[in-house]
Design a protein. Sequence first.
Length: 481
Amino acid sequence: EGGPPKSSNASKDKLLGGLLIDEFDESSCLSRYQSAMFRKVSPHIPSPYLLKRLRRYEALHKKCGPGTELYNKIVDQLKSGQYVGNAECNYIVYISYSGLGNRILTLASTFLYSLLTDRVLLVDHGGDLADLFCEPFPETSWLLPLDFPVNQFSSFEKESPESYGNMLKNNVFANSGDGDPKVKIPPYIYLHLAHDYGDHDKLFFCDEDQLLLQKIPWLVLRSDNYFVPSLFLMPEYEEELHRLFPQRDTVFHHLGRYLFHPTNSVWGLVKRYYLAYMAKADERVGIQIRVFEMEPGPFQHVFDQLLACVQKEKLLPDVTPEEPVNQTAYIRSKAILVTSLNSGYSEKLRNMYWENSATNGEIISVNQPSNEESQQTQKQMHNRKAWAEMYLLSLTDSLITSAWSTFGYVAQGLAGLKPWILFKPENRTVPDPACRRVMSMEPCFHAPPFYDCKAKRGVDTGALVPYVRHCEDMSWGLKLV
Ligand code: GDP
């Protein structure tokens, strides 16, 4: 127990069970190979088939990535409007959108879709992804070059005529019986899969529509959702997904640790904080407080809810104003890491464990790295801290998270932990129960389609198979269990 160096573990699992390869320059991205020193070895082993597919993907990306001959050729075709088709390389471009937690979950989903469809994943240069994440693929880049010819990509939105949903609405593909030569396949299409998407956009999740999308060399995707659960409901991908993830509830755990390595500047924030405030404790508990209210808080009902949760579930020791008499020589210590936009909750908790003693004699420290007051999506240091805090939460031994928050989902997935989730309060009152342990460490898909592609009518997609269920914190959401 206790912090690094966990040298025996570290040398064993530096490559995270084979998810990572040893081909990167270590100094350019210290977190890639150092993370194993800060985390317990995951009990979840990636399947040999997933490892094989990742290596195959890396080869594809190297062959088709920016700057390669094949990439230049297809970009020239895009420029001249003379798309000839049947390219060896097909692409999906991810447009940066929404808060950092949402972006991480969408990127992981898009990467899984790339694996399933043999596309190369490129990320647009809007936003600060390059400042936050190291390049995940060896000897190439996942950043879409700045001189990419279709530069209105980032302005695509729900109403854009280039969106798949609007093209369907406008009958652009009418009569597209298989191989119908009269239908002109466009070189690119925009996929609007954000929370506000419409019924036509949702047909993305139908096998038949995937047959058509397969023919389009460039897909451009905007989403703020973890859409993986719905991919698991598509017969087309069923077998492949089962081979990739025999243990279905580990999708984000593996893909997240494969893809998202903090850049050196973020890693500095993570390491310094961990070593200063968390490493020496016998046990680490993460508490993530996310409040979806207009006013900044702190709110008494949120603090009361947290206390109700930790007391009922015995996650933190009770307190007493009495001084313990028979104190033993060895004192166990617990470091609580609180992340929140507001400092009020951790201040109250810290005071509680200062003014009182823990009934079990433990010494409790409570720390919070930042309190940024409000969400600011475009500031560099703000986003670095947000990413560092998600990562720090993922280095704890147990987690308490907030309903509806992708920030918490990222932490639990990277950690490989099933958190206790604080239900969303209604009318500013403490929900009963205050929290519950989640069924799996997978994130929740907040805006899934409820459509049966075969029967062409609505269906409860949370009741079709035992491994895709409604989420604990959002009754209409879907998650893998
Ligand atoms: P979600 O809104 O909870 O699903 O999470 P997102 O990460 O998508 O968006 C919330 C954004 O608010 C984050 O990206 C941060 O910019 C900010 N934020 C929310 N909670 C915290 C926190 O505990 N710490 C920090 N540093 N930022 C936070």
